[in-house]
Design a protein around this ligand. Structure first.
Ligand code: NAD
Ligand code: TYD
Length: 365
């Protein structure tokens, strides 16, 4: 039986991980620590299995006394660290929060972990990171491996790179048992609608433009979020301490290809389910037009990385990692999820969930 502290567990990947872990390890204690920023949503944790032993603590990873108190009171033996500012566009507009949470926050957790770690005892600090720390690839470059030099280009990527180095240093200097995973772009349930896939789906349903940065030829290596969660579980259970593992799905796709796939999937759904035209009358598919009509090319993101791609050989060979979802099946399931969870995303769009969080979680642990 493990006692996990899951930081950022009310966000997109963190919440998927909490659901995944509660299903796979029903006896474990799950303590979620989340500051409930704009991206954290307690509703993401609704519907956990009835017997799950879990608790949401509304708090900041930069609050060292709080973190130390939680580690001691809950006898935490495993930290899984998701909490971060995660959106590249926001890091361009305001990098300060990224330095604070991603660098200072990670270091605060490391300090607290080092204090509470029973030296020689069973303990793990798993750090969740991104492939963006490696920078941008040219069209013919080999994918990122664990030995690719770091070359972060956005304030987000730079702050994650700094946090990776701090985690590494706590292992090499103090012997803290750590593992790190660097994953490619995720998609799936509970993704906040500022990221490409949910943004395009929701805009298409509401008949709004689908903004494509630059020429739409940028490539990302997309992975369904549950496949990421299984990868993290394998790294935690079988990964060598002090090591990093790249997790990806051999799935390089251009932004334009993704947007066209999403449009085709929605067009098909509307053609087979007449109720959708009544629910979403502004969607072009409601008038038997294609959602692709909404595609709009907009000014490029400054410093926009052209291509990310992961070489997951180490995770495959050492851990037996392999993703379960094909991209088509993963996108189909994601479209179904957003169609079935309109109240979830409407509440985000109209701000009512933010209002609810501020009244319900003010000063509450
Ligand atoms: P997200 O933005 O959806 O969620 C982040 C969560 O962290 C939110 O619940 C937020 O409230 C919480 N948080 C932010 N600042 C905090 C603080 N100071 N203290 C406590 N909680 C705080 O992000 P995500 O997409 O779920 O990403 C999770 C992790 O995975 C991040 O570390 C990110 O760098 C990494 N990652 C993401 C992707 C991706 O495609 N989304 C890919 C690879 C790695
Ligand atoms: P995003 O989901 O923000 O993830 P990241 O920047 O971390 O890879 O963006 C994915 C890709 O989609 C990226 O190349 C930027 C592009 N993009 C658009 O073209 N339009 C959009 O509205 C958004 C949000 C992203």
């Amino acid at each position: 039986m493990r006692k996990l502290l899951i930081t950022g567990g009310a966000g997109f990947i963190g919440a998927n991980f909490v659901h995944y872990w509660a299903r796979q390890h029903p006896g474990d204690r799950l303590v979620v620590l989340d500051a409930l920023t704009y991206a954290g949503n307690p509703a993401n944790l609704e519907g956990l299995p009835a017997g799950a032993d879990w608790r949401l603590v509304h708090g900041d990873i930069c609050d060292q006394p709080l973190v130390e108190q939680l580690l001691a009171a809950e006898k935490i033996d495993t930290i899984v660290h998701f909490a971060a500012e995660s959106h590249v566009d926001r890091s361009i507009a305001g990098p300060e929060a990224f330095v604070q949470t991603n660098i200072v926050g990670t270091h605060t957790l490391l300090l607290a972990a080092k204090k509470s770690w029973p030296e020689g005892g069973d303990f793990l600090f798993h750090h969740v990171s991104t492939d963006e720390v490696y920078g941008s690839l040219g069209p013919a470059d080999p994918p990122f491996s664990e030995t690719t030099p770091y070359a972060p280009n956005s304030p987000y990527a730079a702050s994650k790179a700094a946090s990776d180095h701090l985690v590494r240093s706590y292992h090499h200097t103090y012997g803290l048992p750590v593992t790190t995973s660097n994953c490619s772009n995720n998609y799936g349930p509970y993704q906040f609608p500022e990221k490409l896939i949910p943004l395009v789906l929701i805009n298409a349903l509401d008949g709004k433009p689908l903004p494509i940065y630059g020429d739409g030829g940028n490539i990302r290596d997309w992975l369904q979020v549950e496949d990421h969660c299984r990868g993290i579980e394998l790294v935690m259970n079988k990964g060598r301490r002090g090591e990093t593992y790249n997790i990806g799905g051999h799935n390089e796709v251009t932004n334009l290809e993704i947007v066209h796939l999403l449009c085709r999937t929605l067009d098909h759904h509307f053609s087979t389910d007449p109720a959708l035209a009544r629910r979403f009358p502004h969607c072009p598919a409601a008038q038997r037009q294609s959602c692709a009509e909404l595609i709009t090319f907009v000014k490029d993101r400054p410093g926009h990385d052209r291509r990310y791609a992961i070489d997951p050989t180490r995770a495959e060979k050492e851990l037996g990692y392999t993703p379960a979802y094909s991209f088509e099946a993963g996108i189909e399931a994601t479209v179904d999820w957003y169609l079935a969870h309109e109240p979830w995303w409407r509440a985000i769009l109209d701000g009512s969930y933010a209002e609810w969080v501020s009244t319900n979680y003010r000063n509450r642990n």
